[in-house]
Design a protein around this ligand. Sequence first.
Ligand code: DAH
Length: 341
Amino acid sequence: MLDKIESLKSEASSESGIIKDGKSLEDFRLKYLSRNGLLNSLFEEFKEVSRESKGVVGKNLNELKVYLHKIYDEKKQTIETLSGKNSETEDISMPGLKYNKGTKHLINSALDEILDIFGRIGFRIYESDEIEDEYHNFDALNTPDYHPSRDMQDTFYIDSKGKDKKYLLRSHTSTGQIRVMENNTPPIRVIVPGKCYRNEAISARSLAFFHQFEVLYVDKNVTFRELKGTLNYFAKEFFGEQLKTRLRPSFFPFTEPSAEFDVECFLCKGQGCRVCKYTGWLEIGGAGMVDPNVFEIIGYDPEVYSGYAFGMGLERTLMIKYGIPDIRLFYENDVRFLKQF
Ligand code: DAH
């Protein structure tokens, strides 16, 4: 038995020299290491070996087994390396894999641009919380109890049991006006960007959350003319060309007088088309002179100070700028959409 082990070992050793490829490697495995191979048949024979010899023969047999597996593993490795499966021999002259690089979301890059537009004329960024109390979202903005926007149907209230105040998710960034005035003295020139929440039915035109930016300027002798000038400046910078603008009389509890701000339809240049519903104009936000009541609530003297404020929906403004037909596209994370910006 020991002779057989020895001769198998030298046979395998000389045959290992001809293993050059997958085929010869497989032949080697079948001959020596497979279930019906020569190694296993020796193990079969081992069962018949006398008890006294089992120790020596067993040891040699196990050594043979290790030896054969070693040949197999080493040859396998060499063949794989030569055939390029092993990373060390990759062809470094091959073109690399293209990785998709992440980019800023359209909402964020537009916000950056808008903050920059206002930053250039001296407006600082002011961030205000998304969770607010009723006072800052409504009362201090001169919006009384019976105002429809306070309705449960429009505003997301937060369970405030056991709390000192009624909390909610802010329904507009106008809350930032109050926060900034409470904590500063005029002159104030800020832009407040951020998310707002409203309990809206989801459709192509509305979601339960969206972004706004609020602009507030308070100082002595601020006039409506300055408000108009700032809005025109924004329209020119953001839409990239001199679109006509107009202010339409409107009502907001926290501004007096109040207006809605329209820009000329960028598509038809005022001629009337499907996008502007044949009016030639697109509404982009609300504006007005800060209501003296708001100043009184804050503790500013309305005889001394005046100011203007306006707020715009970011998604809406972008839908107009790029002709985006459905607000849901912003948040579905479809790269085919996002990659276009
Ligand atoms: N907060 C108003 C809204 O969400 C928008 C608005 C209107 C903001 C008039 C203003 C303003 O600052 O003066 O509909």
